[in-house]
Design a protein around this ligand. Structure first.
Ligand code: UDP
Length: 316
């Protein structure tokens, strides 16, 4: 079996490459390194079942694949942290629109299964809690997060259009906050920021009063869920939440990280971010029923693995 993975050298994409190789797949990875690094897959480059191409998915054509005919396409290329997609606003909109269409056209040519990495951001600042897949969301179409939220919503819509028009096997994953090794030191996400600040003996920066909530999933749990959703039969047209339903305020998260990293110098409260969702927690009933999946790694345990990674990255 052959799988094409876009965003292959990214935080989640690189773990997906490893997982599919381990399960016996041939993997073709594509990435343009806009928010990723080759080091995440450099240990795979000698694997005879792994091919890697540096390319922007917006320019992807079937000719780039040579004789590789994917059974499954996983479209994971996109800036995904708010700091990144604010920096790369146009690129984010294009990879999730033109990039998604390019992948769908390849899926159409080879009758491949297509799996879209969507996001909990399609729920915006949610008015129902926790969020289940039938909720349509509360998204500001012109705010600073819209370049990501609306582009992912477009990605979902065009994927479902191919499902309805061409009967392609389309699957959509709404990924909630995920963390672990291979996050970038400066990607701006809350867990990487707090850990790096604490390790450097700085104050942890909280935007607003820290009462906003998030639910954090360790990357190995997410990857297992993605693998099952991508490989199980009879899931065409399904949309699924994957994430950890344990919900924490950002202030609680800061306190846990300060306990685990005693060098932290306390908290600095900064102005709140525009359109920052107040609450976020996945309802994972559907994933439990369809995939017999739920996260196993508790927050403190996952943070310990992640702190080890950042210590190595910072050479501490
Ligand atoms: N956040 C924070 N300090 C930081 C980075 C983020 O207080 O240094 C907050 C941010 O305002 C948001 C939450 O942490 O409420 C999660 O932010 P992140 O960028 O990790 O992802 P998001 O869930 O917003 O996409």
């Amino acid at each position: 079996m052959k799988v094409l993975i876009t965003g292959a050298s990214g935080f989640v994409g690189s773990f997906l490459c490893e997982k599919f190789l381990k399960e016996g797949f041939e993997v073709f990875g594509i990435d343009n390194f806009i928010t990723s690094h080759i080091k995440n897959v450099s240990h795979l480059l000698n694997n005879k079942n792994f091919k890697f191409l540096e390319l922007d998915v917006c320019n992807l054509k079937v000719e780039h694949l040579g004789d590789f005919k994917p059974d499954i396409i996983l479209h994971f290329a996109s800036p995904a942290s708010p700091v990144d997609y604010y920096k790369y606003q146009i690129e984010t909109m294009l990879v999730n629109s033109i990039g998604t269409k390019n992948c769908l056209d390849i899926a159409l040519k080879f009758n491949s299964r297509f799996v879209l990495a969507s996001t909990s951001e399609v729920y915006g600042d949610p008015l129902i809690h926790p969020q289940n897949e039938s909720y349509w969301g509360n998204v500001n179409p012109i705010g600073p997060r819209s370049v990501y939220d609306e582009a992912k919503r477009f990605g979902e819509a065009i994927s479902m259009a191919y499902y309805r028009l061409y009967k392609l096997d389309i699957r959509i994953i709404r990924i909630f906050n995920t963390y672990g090794p291979r996050m970038r030191i400066n990607d701006g996400r809350v867990i990487s920021n707090f850990i790096v600040q604490a390790l450097k003996g700085e104050k942890l920066t909280i935007y607003g009063d820290g009462s906003q909530t998030r639910s954090f999933c360790y990357v190995s749990d997410l990857v297992e869920g993605i693998y099952r959703f991508s490989t199980y039969n009879n899931l065409s047209g399904q949309v699924i939440n994957l994430g950890n339903p344990s919900e924490f305020t950002i202030l609680q998260l800061a306190e846990i990280i300060m306990k685990l990293i005693p060098s932290a110098k306390g908290i600095e409260f900064l102005p709140p971010l525009e359109d920052d969702p107040r609450k976020r927690r996945p309802d994972i009933t559907k994933a439990k029923n369809l995939l017999n999946w739920e996260p196993k790694v508790k927050l403190e345990e996952g943070l310990i693995y992640t702190i080890d990674y950042f210590k190595r990255e910072l050479m501490l």
